[in-house]
Write a protein that binds this ligand. Sequence first.
Ligand code: HSE
Length: 440
Amino acid sequence: MDSSSVSVGLLGWGTVGTGVSKILVNQNELISQNAGVRLRLAKIAKRTLPASSDGFRLPSECFTTKPAEVIDDPDIDIVVELIGGVTHARRFIVRAIQNGKHVVTANKALLAEHGFELFQLASKMKVSLNFEASTAGGIPIIKTLKESFAANRIESIYGIINGTCNYILTQMHEEGADFDEVLREAQTLGYAEADPMLDIEGIDAAQKLTLLTALAYGFNIPLRGIYTEGVTKITQKEIQHAHELGYVIKLLAIAKRNRGKIEARVHPTMVPVRSMLANVGGAFNTVCVIGDAVGPTLFYGQGAGEMPTASAVVADIIDSAKSICGHTDAHVPRGWLSESQSDVSACPIDAIETRYYVRLMALDQPGVLAQVSSIFSAHNISIASLIQKERHETDGTASIVMVTHEAIEKDMQAAMQKIDALDTIKRTSQLIRIEDEVAF
Ligand code: HSE
């Protein structure tokens, strides 16, 4: 091993494993700058060696078909288990931990069933067992519960943590589609587990809820202790009736305190149509955590997929690597180093490019619009839509409301100065920038 780097071995190279490799290779420098650790992708164990046509190419010596060449290699510091399933994954993780390696896994089924044994063993061997990607994919809810909410007594958790079910229910609500048809679509889009029954019967969400409950309440509830009802019985009738009553049906994973006990349940639930949970659509996940100090908080993001899940896996790898290197959080964050390590500089407001809402208060007389549009045109600003409101009763001005196409701020400000100086414009115009790309 290079003494300044931490070596990582992967078990499994499917969708997530490929994403992890891409990040480790392409973002190596960024990770080193952000986290102060240098990661080296040393070995990948895969059932069959990759074909040369496989999308992301790595040197062939990176690959092996023998998991032992990762687990037992004394040069590998961190083993990342991405093979899924329980039997082999458990055996490999136990051996890796016994070999003194830190382990990262995305395997919720394994931890729901064998978490107690594996965490006890990791603690005995003084290694970390990190599992951010096991629940809600790219949303960093595991670390948040472990660390950021450590000062809170958690009151309740409400999660949409199965993207497949959320996609199905969203399509049923929005498109009036039937359950079977949408399930097939979800499988084609790659959201569903290898066995989709785990998704649609609520088991995947229940496995994830056992992990959230263990972190939030210090309570290792077994899977069979979680009331679990899936979405297979939901028909268009329920969807429509819910709609008429002002609700949307979501598969919720719920954990909450109830007179000294913890409720932990997964089932289709009606939530008010205006609530934030109701508006989490498609395969997206969300987790709402209510703590006694922090109050309600909401996390939203992609719960599955190559890069969101890989992002969570690599975050875990970085955490383990930092502990291997003995890092504390006393290091100066990148933005505050004496020598800037950034490859970017500040963009002045003049240079931004966006769409604008403009309201002019103009005299309602011929030629005003012609003056305004010629100023816009001279500054490369194109109008996307325009409404003129009726004349104001007291001062005789009319509001002209416009939305522009993308324009450069500098041009916009110059145009507005000229427009506001026109005799026909009676008050300073209103200008509001528009962000159409906001994700939620
Ligand atoms: N099948 C899971 C889902 C994928 O639909 O959310 C990630 O756990």
